[in-house]
Design a protein around this ligand. Structure first.
Ligand code: MF3
Ligand code: CO
Length: 248
């Protein structure tokens, strides 16, 4: 069942989403070569706690950290570690926050220093794919219009979209219905309605779409070890258009 939110509930969600946006903004200004992903996790966690909020991922199905930090060929769910970022890496940072009864969820992929042209292109295209998905999150369209826009935008540049992970509804739960695949034909699935709150999150690979999970049980990497990028926003569908709640 898709849970529709009232304007009042969306206002509350905006508060948890704002904390997510602030953490990501804080990290953006501070990542550089030599920083360990565990340090990013510690920064994010203390920021979230200082706002009286809770990190949404920590303890979720046993996930051990507040942030997912996925470097280069890692697609999603990389566990923060003592691994230090190096010039030329790309790192996806995915953050969830729980505040006053509601969840917020967003991700960005950041360049570390100077990165290759191909990596640069992958980041640009994945960000544009998210934007294309968000543009389709309007009353009267269908759910798969979002999916299809993301796929088309990504594949038109020769990249591929990951099939094994999806975006999702979000609200009083981190994962609500509907699932939002990043591929599909347009015009299918539920009609988009006022009050839907969606975490839209394209994961785009420079090579093939297949992923495998490492032995830690979490880290997803591209099967061909090609680079992967991930951008995510929590978006509310309103009568006045889409409200991107995790945007500062
Ligand atoms: N943005 C991802 C999601 O919504 C992150 C989940 S990580 C987990 O599904 F650790 F919480 F599983
Ligand atoms: Co998500």
């Amino acid at each position: 069942m898709i849970v529709l939110k009232s304007d009042d509930e969306i206002k509350k969600m905006a508060e948890s989403c704002r904390i997510v946006a602030e953490v990501l903004e804080g990290i953006k200004g501070n990542v550089s070569p030599g920083i360990a992903t565990k340090e990013i996790d510690a920064y994010a966690e203390s920021f979230i706690l200082s706002k009286g909020a809770k990190p949404a991922f920590k303890g979720y199905r046993g996930y051990p950290a507040s942030v997912c930090a996925s470097i280069n060929e890692q697609v999603v769910h990389g566990i923060p570690s003592l691994t230090k970022l190096r010039e030329g890496d790309i790192i996806s940072l995915d953050i969830g926050v729980y505040y006053k009864g509601f969840y917020g969820d967003a991700a960005v992929t950041l360049p570390i220093g100077k990165i290759s042209e191909r990596a640069e292109k992958l980041l640009t295209v994945t960000k544009k794919a998210l934007q294309a998905g968000i543009e389709n999150a309007v009353i009267g369209k269908r759910l798969s219009d979002i999916s299809s826009a993301i796929q088309t935008r990504s594949e038109s540049e020769g990249f591929s979209v990951v099939r094994n992970f999806v975006g999702h509804g979000i609200g009083r739960e981190l994962h609500e219905e509907p699932q939002i695949p990043n591929f599909g034909r347009p015009g299918e699935g539920p009609e988009l309605m006022e009050g839907m709150t969606l975490a839209i999150e394209p994961m785009v690979n420079a090579g093939g779409w297949e992923v495998i999970i490492l032995k830690d049980g979490w880290t997803a990497v591209t099967k061909d070890r090609s680079l992967s990028a991930h951008f995510e926003h929590t978006v509310a569908i309103t009568k006045d258009g889409q409200n991107v709640l995790t945007k500062l």
